[in-house]
Design a protein around this ligand. Structure first.
Ligand code: FMN
Length: 215
């Protein structure tokens, strides 16, 4: 059994990377025969969907799959072989990062055919977990955008589980940046008190996902 974590943050040691790590540690803590690997989207060279529609061409060998051969192609193949998928993203301008959008265009759109009911041709209805990190508080998370993306994921695979880290600490040294709209002190307090709980939620989701797969 293999769980694939896709990290859509450019920062190697950022909040999203920490949530991914917590999830992976949760998987390991289950002590089951389930491997977990994290791939960083920003290490790959690729673009979003080119609208070639090869994935929807009648009788084509590549029907239901993205046929573009670039840095994302091996990851798309692995995602289809994985037993569970984790998609992690910081929120940029009230949505997932462009790297994650480009990924889901190329993963979800081919699998969601134009046949009746937009029949999905995903090889299996695997479980999916979405990990998000964001500057805003939980009350202000961009629900319409995340709901829409998750509806698509749910249609193609299964309705995903959502885990968020909010009110994130963004800079190593706040003094070096112009920040008037929120307080470093409040951010630090949140990071010390609430972020560990959010990491724990990611850890627990990792453990539960591994346990469910091994059942
Ligand atoms: C280009 C850019 C746009 C952002 N837009 C938002 C936003 O719309 N809403 C929000 O809550 N946070 C926003 N943020 C903050 C990040 O989502 C937040 O700091 C996140 O935890 C960063 O993850 P990382 O540490 O993995 O890079 C933005 C950050 C950047 C760099």
């Amino acid at each position: 059994m293999e769980i694939l974590i896709v990290n859509g943050s450019p920062r190697r040691e950022g909040n999203t990377a920490r949530m991914c790590r917590a999830f992976a540690e949760g998987v390991a803590s289950a002590g089951r025969d389930v491997s977990v690997e994290t791939v960083r989207l920003y290490d790959l060279d690729y673009k979003g969907c080119r609208s070639c529609f090869a994935c929807k061409r009648r009788g084509a060998a590549g029907y239901g799959r993205c046929v573009v051969r670039d840095g994302l192609a091996p990851l798309l193949e692995r995602a289809l072989r994985a037993d569970a998928l984790v998609i992690a993203s910081p929120i940029y301008l009230m949505d997932v990062t462009g790297a994650v959008r480009s990924l889901v265009e190329r993963l979800l759109f081919p699998l969601s055919t134009y046949e009746a009911g937009y029949r999905t041709v995903a090889p299996r209805r695997i479980p999916v977990v979405m990990l998000y990190t964001m500057n805003v508080t939980r009350e202000l998370l961009p629900a319409p955008q995340l709901d829409a993306l998750e509806a698509f994921v749910g249609h193609v695979f299964t309705p995903p589980r959502r885990i968020c880290a909010c009110d994130t600490y963004q800079f190593e040294r706040y003094d070096d940046y112009v920040v008037e709209v929120f307080s470093e002190q409040a951010k630090r307090r949140y990071r010390e008190t609430r972020f560990p709980e959010e990491l724990r939620a990611a850890f627990d989701a990792g453990r539960e996902t591994a346990e469910n797969l091994a059942r």
